[in-house]
Design a protein around this ligand. Structure first.
Ligand code: SF4
Length: 325
């Protein structure tokens, strides 16, 4: 096979209209090339749909269906049921952003899992509604600036913390759910391949940095994704039938500031005292996740009880610290 053959066999070909350095484009390319063209892809509305299909053109070299934001999992359920009745085993794959997963599509996703459809649902998580102008979603982390969570007199960006969607999904007692990022391809590859070997509903949440919405240099997408893992803010985990069965352990934990500083969406946190409070909350949230999943050998680097309380408080103790100075 020469390079031209290789190019032709990419499921997601070049020539689409993603921004330079788009983490979602990288992730979708990785995932679809691992699964191959002999599958049916259902794509919720979102950046991936917009930049790969435009005015009767498509970058997809596989059967591909565009659903609305809300119902990608319902469409996939119907496709899978029809294939089953016909006695065919063609894989069915849903692709959606965090808006189509955490928020608008969650009801259909829950139903698809509960009914046990043999579908892989892939969430390319870029932590906001990017294709409509960077509005906050249920996935947007605490204290992030978006067009609908601007920092100002009354808040330092988004007040709420990111929805713990992997726990919500795993609570369905489904066969397989995992998190991954574009920064660790061998890990992502192993998880996609494992998911494709398992029957029933499966779920992958892939952190996919967005240079436009996260306001970082487009050359830094992979290193930003790696820092999300290394700081503890985005643990790489696997859950089977609701039980934690795998984690990517860390040799050491990096301070969250290393992850936040290259991103303009956190720039306001470095400008004043209120921002410094939020920095401590974000560090506490990262510490809590490190502790929760046992990502380090020793858990003596932080005040565990404070970190866990921050996670339980939901807002990283935001209001408590503001009220008490
Ligand atoms: S806005 Fe973000 S997610 Fe959308 S194409 Fe650009 S970089 Fe990718």
């Amino acid at each position: 096979m020469d390079n031209r053959d290789s190019f032709r066999h990419n499921v997601l070909t070049s020539g689409h209209r993603a921004c330079s350095g788009c983490g979602e484009a990288m992730a979708a390319r990785m995932v679809s090339d691992l699964i191959g063209p002999d599958a049916i892809y259902i794509n919720a509305t979102g950046c991936l749909q917009v930049f790969t299909t435009h005015n009767q053109q498509s970058a997809w070299q596989a059967p591909w269906i565009h659903s609305v934001f809300a119902n990608a999992a319902a469409v996939a359920s119907g496709v899978e049921a029809a294939l089953r009745i016909k006695g065919k085993s063609t894989p069915v794959v849903v692709q959606a952003g965090d808006g189509g997963t955490f928020d608008i599509g969650l009801q259909c996703l829950s139903g698809m899992i509960e009914r046990g459809h043999d579908v892989l649902f892939v969430c390319y998580d870029n932590e906001a509604y990017m294709n409509t102008g960077v509005q906050r979603s249920g996935s947007t982390p605490h204290a992030v600036r978006t067009s609908t969570s601007p920092p100002g007199q009354f808040s330092q960006g988004k007040k709420e913390i990111k929805k713990d969607v992997i726990s919500i999904i795993a609570a369905h007692n489904m066969p397989y759910a995992a998190t991954a990022t574009i920064a660790y391809f061998p890990d992502l590859k192993a998880k996609v391949e494992k998911a494709m070997r398992i029957k029933g509903p499966r779920f992958l949440q892939i952190l996919s940095p967005c240079p436009l919405g996260w306001v970082h240099d487009s050359a830094l997408s992979v290193s930003v994704a790696r820092l999300a893992v290394e700081t503890g803010l985005f643990p790489l985990v696997e859950l089977e039938h609701g039980e934690l069965t795998g984690v990517m352990r860390l040799a050491e934990q990096k301070p969250v500031e290393e992850y936040l500083r290259p991103q303009g969406r956190f720039k306001h946190l470095f400008a004043n005292k209120a921002g410094a409070v939020e920095l401590r909350h974000l560090q506490a949230l990262a510490d809590a996740r490190i502790h929760r999943y046992g990502l380090l050998d020793a858990d003596t680097q932080w005040d565990t009880e404070t970190a866990m309380q921050s996670e339980r408080n939901g807002r990283g103790g935001y209001w408590e610290e503001r009220e008490h100075g």
